[in-house]
Write a protein that binds this ligand. Structure first.
Ligand SMILES: CC(C)(COP(=O)(O)OP(=O)(O)OC[C@H]1O[C@@H](n2cnc3c(N)ncnc32)[C@H](O)[C@@H]1OP(=O)(O)O)[C@@H](O)C(=O)NCCC(=O)NCCSC=O
Length: 576
């Protein structure tokens, strides 16, 4: 149906008219984009209202960064670009962090920002919220476009959608100057100008030679390893990947957000034997995982002295040889590549039993070592006591989505909480950024309809805490558990220089649960694993918005040293 704005009133020339507002909405709907994550304001307030009236779900946040993180993760979960809508200059800049984050993490997202008048901006005459947003966005995203004329809105959105999802997905910026919304044109011509994007992310079939080369190298291995990254989870080729891993019998190591692609309890999962498999493997096949800092760049101490051969599967040719030599690059989309592997691998080859048994033994040993720690009932809690409870919650609710951020809260939850299904663990991603929590939780609840358990460090939660109001407003089934140890890493630091608090501590005994009560949600203060268990189980059953202030011993936790050389100490500090 034509989404018409009005009729022209000139006698004898009556015609259906449309305008920029309506064409933007029509372009989104035509391309199946039915949710916008936004913060209203000049000049896009009416766009949000009209989109809502036209049947698009418009979710209003309290800060653009959180709306942006929501859009990015919506893109990851759905393989359609998540749309974030912001006001000009400051709102745009707030959203830009999330756009850059989406690009780094390969999440398809479009940041749509209203902007001020080109004529005034270009002459720098001081327009309201004047800024050359296109120029600023360009280096931080995969593509950036500006639409100046209503008849180009269709093309503008088509380009943005295709750029966001094709090849390696990422963030796209779309600049819509305020004047565009009010531009009027003939409604029929307007509809004709819209573009439905066909096959937005075409399959990229790998060359048969690259598939053969990869399998030849894999089969030559004595101690093979498959590393699954979040690119593999994004691909939604779950059955193909499972089939390939199981046919080959190769131990697999899931990166954080690939956990659950195959269950962490799968007999081939090497998550709990990470150091062993990185050090001792001789052939490593990376599927949708990059050799960045999270994998120590494929070299150095973590990778041991064994010579390694790397096979890499990625949609982006430039990823190959980025850190070490890739002896068998396979360029293609992960679904197509793994399907080709499944056809070509044939029967008769599986990973050598000596190796798979050694990996299993190490894994069992580490799991057994961890088990008693998870059962302690200390009050105040330590991390393991609290996480032992949450591990069982996810076991009982494998459909639930786990959002996770923090320092200790992130590092320990990653190891402790087993995941059972694909794309159920959403965390800080490639940058290890704090602040994704509430945005990702909100989008996960909305896009999937499943309950969300957000496990948050107290510091991490602070970056997006105001969105608990958004959670209550939309009555979302989100249970936020805040690991409150009064500070960053620990809550025990003391400032010896003056009366200011130490840089890493927060107000002692803060009650984050009260924040939720302020907006009509459920707030619980949990001081023991038993109390925590009761509160989380209640939240999962009731699906009511809940914040649980989980009181953690302020002395528990340690500085994020795991990041190794990214945490350098100066010579002076070391001498002390
Ligand atoms: C780079 C990393 C993937 C590397 O982590 P590692 O600590 O080396 O590995 P992890 O996978 O976390 O595993 C740690 C150890 O736990 C073991 N492990 C893992 N799972 C289990 C289970 N279920 N049971 C028992 N043991 C387990 C695993 O084998 C390792 O032991 P061994 O095999 O014995 O080694 C990670 O540090 C990471 O993702 N960091 C991101 C941090 C981040 O983004 N921080 C945000 C900034 S915080 C702001 O300050």
């Amino acid at each position: 149906m034509l989404n018409t704005a009005t009729k022209s009133e000139a006698p004898g020339t009556e015609q259906e008219l449309t305008d920029g507002f309506h064409l933007v909405i029509d372009a989104l709907k035509l391309n199946g984009i039915n949710t916008i994550y936004n913060v209203p304001g000049i000049p896009i307030t009416d766009l949000g209202r009209m989109a809502q009236a036209a049947g698009i779900r418009v979710i209003s946040f309290r800060h653009e960064q959180n709306a942006g993180y929501a859009a990015g993760i919506a893109g990851y979960l759905t393989k359609k670009p998540g749309v974030c809508l912001t006001v000009s200059a400051p709102g745009f800049l707030n959203g830009l962090t999330a756009l850059a984050h989406a690009t780094t993490n390969c999440y398809p997202m479009i940041l749509v920002s209203g902007s001020s008048e080109r004529e005034i901006v270009d002459l720098q005459q001081g327009d309201y919220e004047e800024m050359d947003q296109l120029a600023i966005a360009k280096p931080l995203c995969k593509a950036a476009y500006r639409v100046l004329h209503a008849q180009d809105i269709g093309i503008g959105f088509a380009r943005a959608i295709r750029a966001a999802v094709s090849g390696r997905p990422g963030g796209v910026y779309l600049d819509l100057p305020a004047k565009l919304f009010g531009q009027v044109m003939n409604a029929e011509a307007g509809q004709k100008s819209l573009v439905k994007v066909i096959d937005a992310a075409p399959a990229q079939i790998p060359s048969p030679a690259s598939v053969k080369r990869a399998l030849d190298v894999l089969k030559s291995a004595k101690r093979p390893l498959i590393i699954l990254g979040k690119g593999a989870a994004y691909a939604q080729a779950d059955e193909e990947i499972k089939s390939f891993v199981e046919k080959s019998g190769v131990p697999f190591l899931p990166m954080s957000m690939a956990k659950g692609l195959l269950p962490d309890t799968h007999p081939q999962c090497a998550g709990a034997a990470r150091s062993t498999v990185l050090k001792d493997s001789d052939v490593v096949m990376l599927i949708g995982a990059r050799l960045n800092w999270l994998l120590s760049h494929g070299k150095g101490k973590s990778w041991g002295d064994q010579p390694k051969k790397f096979i890499q599967v990625d949609i982006e040719p430039k990823e190959m040889d980025s850190n070490v030599e890739i002896v068998a690059p396979v360029v293609g989309d992960i679904g197509s590549v793994v399907s080709a592997f499944n056809q070509a691998i044939g029967a008769g080859w599986t990973a050598p039993a000596e190796w798979t048994k050694a990996v299993s033994a190490k894994r069992e040993e580490n799991v057994a070592k961890m088990a008693p720690k998870l059962m302690n009932n200390k009050s105040p809690m330590d991390y393991h006591g609290a996480l032992g409870v949450l591990k069982n919650v996810i076991k009982d609710h494998p459909e639930a989505i786990l959002v996770n951020e923090g320092a200790n809260t992130l590092d320990l939850a990653r190891g402790v909480i087993d995941m059972y299904r694909p794309r159920k663990r959403l965390d800080v991603g490639t940058w290890g950024v704090m602040g994704i929590g509430m945005g990702q939780a909100i989008a996960a609840a909305l896009e999937t309809g499943h309950p969300v358990l957000a496990v948050e460090g107290d510091s991490a939660f602070g970056f997006s805490g105001m969105e608990v109001e958004t959670i209550c407003r939309y009555n979302l089934p989100i249970c936020v558990v805040i690991f409150n140890n009064d500070g960053i890493y620990r809550g025990t630091d003391v400032n010896g220089a003056n009366s200011d608090p130490a840089t890493t501590v927060f107000v002692k005994g803060a009650r984050y649960d009260k924040m939720m009560e302020a907006f009509g949600g459920v707030g619980v203060n949990a001081t023991s694993p038993d109390e925590l268990k009761r509160a989380v189980n209640e939240a999962m059953a009731s699906r009511k918005p809940t914040v649980i202030n989980a009181v953690i011993d302020p002395a528990a936790g340690s500085e994020s040293g795991r990041i190794g050389n990214l945490n350098p100490q100066s010579v002076l500090q070391k001498k002390k």
